[in-house]
Ligand binder design. Structure first.
Ligand code: ZN
Ligand code: ZN
Length: 411
């Protein structure tokens, strides 16, 4: 029996709804996708509920679920994903946050949640805070992510992720004081540490030369840090121990690389893979094909479809699907043909909504001996597919079966 290798390609936010903007079609229907069409005709189709019907997932909970980890057990906040993705080696007991630079006035009211967004001095400011934030008995570690974003980790004894955000999530509101979410001493102490770090960040940043220069140029000052999504690492079984597969991840998105590392998969930075619309899909395809020589399972993540959905930009989403199609072609045409290839999304991000939704995502599974349905790949054709409707946590077992890697149950 041939044990096949598995290639899983997820386009972030791929699923959509028929839109008037596209003459009643979804972006997948409207896009020109010769490679996906060819693959799809010899594939089995279906729909994937990333977590469950009626659940609108984030990319983090969706990824956990699709890789077979119950997100209700293993999801402990977004912070750890961000920190792992940024390259901080998290330890048990660390409390990780997502952070961003913002602009506040002297009353600590948020004027710009992103400090002008394209903050080219962000890395310098992160390093400065790394060297100068001081709290007794706690190490404060920061690592720059992209633009105005970074990860912040508190390391020390007796800390808890049970604390609220300092980010008020809107302009015109004051920076929040972090509060303990439980009655534990650890939560109270952690909230106090978060508030101290926030206060120090203002004192350090407000008088930093970078901000004097920004002020001089009429740009918003990056004079405070806002923290959100406190979390700690859950004890999580590795992908290889769970499935007996050696896995490899290709993604331009820090958070997704963090997720891959969380479950013990290799996920290096790929030169040119940016996670946005100018990402180098040829570089990603090459990396995936190379990884397949030494791994049983290769995951390829494509982010730009989600961003276009958030921007309510139907035309861009169509173009990003066409870019995805090119990447799929480069991969499919350069592997042996014996692999199991699965294409789907981590969730839907309908361009009419500009947000994630609970809609199921089209699913395609190809193997040399699968039931070929002879159809194009989109939301409408997938409704009729032989794979039916799967939940995220059912996908890996289905792929393992198609790869002839399931052990018999009973005798
Ligand atoms: Zn996503
Ligand atoms: Zn999204």
């Amino acid at each position: 029996m041939i044990q096949r290798k598995i290639i899983l390609i997820l386009a972030d936010g791929l699923g959509d709804r028929p839109s008037r903007t596209l003459g009643g079609q979804t972006p997948l229907q409207a896009a020109s996708t010769p490679n996906l069409d060819a693959l799809s005709r010899s594939s089995s189709l279906g729909l994937l509920y990333p977590v469950a019907p009626g659940v609108t997932p984030g990319s983090d909970t969706a990824h956990l679920s699709i890789f077979g980890y119950d997100p209700y057990t293993y999801y402990k906040g977004r912070g750890p994903f961000e920190a792992l993705g940024a390259g901080i080696d998290l330890l048990p007991g660390d409390v990780a946050f997502r952070g961003n630079f913002a602009t506040v006035d002297e009353r600590m009211v948020v004027v710009d949640r992103r400090a002008g967004r394209s903050l080219k001095e962000a890395r310098e400011l992160v390093e400065y805070l790394n060297d100068n934030l001081r709290v007794d008995g706690v190490r404060v570690l920061l690592k720059h992510g992209s633009e105005h974003r970074f990860a912040l980790v508190l390391r020390g004894k007796g800390l808890s992720p049970d604390v609220t955000d300092t980010d008020p999530h809107a302009v015109g509101l004051s920076v929040n004081l972090s509060q303990p979410k439980s009655h534990s001493e650890e939560a109270a102490r952690t909230a106090a540490v978060v508030n101290e770090v926030t206060k120090q960040s203002y004192a350090l940043l407000e008088r930093h030369p970078v901000n004097a220069e920004r002020h001089g140029r009429g740009e918003p000052k990056a004079n405070i840090i806002l923290l959100r999504g406190a979390g700690s690492l859950a004890e999580i079984p590795s992908f290889s121990s769970k499935y007996g597969l050696k896995g490899f991840g290709v993604s331009g998105t820090a958070m997704i690389r963090g997720f891959c590392r969380l479950i013990g998969m290799e996920a290096p930075i790929v030169e040119g893979a940016t996670g946005d619309s100018n990402t180098d899909v040829a570089a990603k395809a090459r990396e995936a094909i190379k990884a397949l020589e030494t791994h049983d399972f290769v995951y390829v993540h494509f982010k730009a479809t989600d961003a276009a959905g958030h921007d309510r930009n139907h035309e861009l989403k169509v173009r990003m699907i066409e870019k995805l199609d090119a990447m799929v072609g480069m991969i499919v045409n350069n592997v042996s043909g014996e692999e199991v290839i699965c294409v789907s999304g981590d969730h839907s991000t309908p361009a009419d909504l500009g947000e994630h939704s609970a809609d199921p995502v089209p699913l395609l599974i190809h193997a040399p001996d699968c039931f070929a349905e002879g159809l194009r790949f989109n939301e409408q054709t997938c409704v009729h597919g032989v794979m039916g409707r799967l939940r995220g946590q059912e996908l890996m077992p289905v792929l393992l079966n198609q790869a002839n890697r399931i052990k018999k149950f009973g005798e």
